[in-house]
Design a protein around this ligand. Sequence first.
Ligand SMILES: Nc1ncnc2c1ncn2[C@@H]1O[C@H](COP(=O)(O)OP(=O)(O)O)[C@@H](O)[C@H]1O
Ligand SMILES: [Mg+2]
Length: 313
Amino acid sequence: MNEIWIEKFRPSTFKEVVGQDKIVQRIKAFVEQKNLPNILFSGPAGCGKTSLILVAVQELYGKSWRENVLETNASMDRGIQIVREDIKNFSRTMPLSNAPFKIVILDEADALTREAQQALRRTMEQYSSNVRFCLIANFSSKLIDPIQSRCTIFRFKPLEKKDIEKIIENVAKIEGLKVDKEAIDALYELSEGDVRRVENVLQSCSVISKKITQDLIYDIVSAAKPKEIKQVLELCINKNFIRARDLLLEVMLKHGLSGIDIIKQIQKEILSLDIKDEKKLEMVERCGEIEFRLVEGSDEFIQIESLLANFSK
Ligand SMILES: Nc1ncnc2c1ncn2[C@@H]1O[C@H](COP(=O)(O)OP(=O)(O)O)[C@@H](O)[C@H]1O
Ligand SMILES: [Mg+2]
């Protein structure tokens, strides 16, 4: 499991972005004109939001795109710091290599507090001549009106069945998998149009067999073993955050678990840990918070990592 498929299969051209046709067309047109308004991508997880903007900046700036692009994430309790420091410092300097403007990609923008959003709005105004913003959010309604009105909004949808099929076919071809029709149905049902989940489950299955069946998928998607989760928690308690995170990632991939699945299991396992009751309470409470954020649509890996980081403190 040396390469994570969601990264391996991240689209690198507009053509490789499946579905979202109208949005892709419009972004492509902006890129061809070498012009881009401030944009807001909203929509559920795993439907190509991050992928599309990364394709766009690569087309705009070529190989050295990173010199003109700041890619950052608003969650993890430091949103205001990102706006006040990272984004401001980046915006202050001129674009490099004669580029007309720089781009700030701010993922999970809806995790920003209102105060942070006000600061962001001011930065957007102040540097409008040399910076364009691409805000990514699960729900556009969580952003304050002055930000929404400064952006062209693109609403992404979960991918349709035919699109998911296309993605499965492509992965199957490259990875040498045989995926039967019932398995495709199962993958679509489970994923609800979230490609990240489809690819994670496929990768987990492929470790066991190249022949992907419905049974195998349901086997894999069922819960992780309590022992594995307990091991992760014990690593946290012993302040071994990095190993805890790696192990949990492995477990999530192996069983194709979503963040919500994991939280439920973590919560159960906390009770059986050999620690003080107060600490258990604290941890259970924290789980509740993270579960809420996940239900609201936050990025799973980031939220789970922040949970483990909190446990490791
Ligand atoms: N529309 C799509 N076309 C092709 N692959 C996709 C698409 N959406 C998601 N994926 C796959 O899922 C992974 C995660 O997608 P991403 O763009 O990060 O989703 P989002 O930002 O909407 O949560 C990508 O790396 C890619 O492998
Ligand atoms: Mg994303």
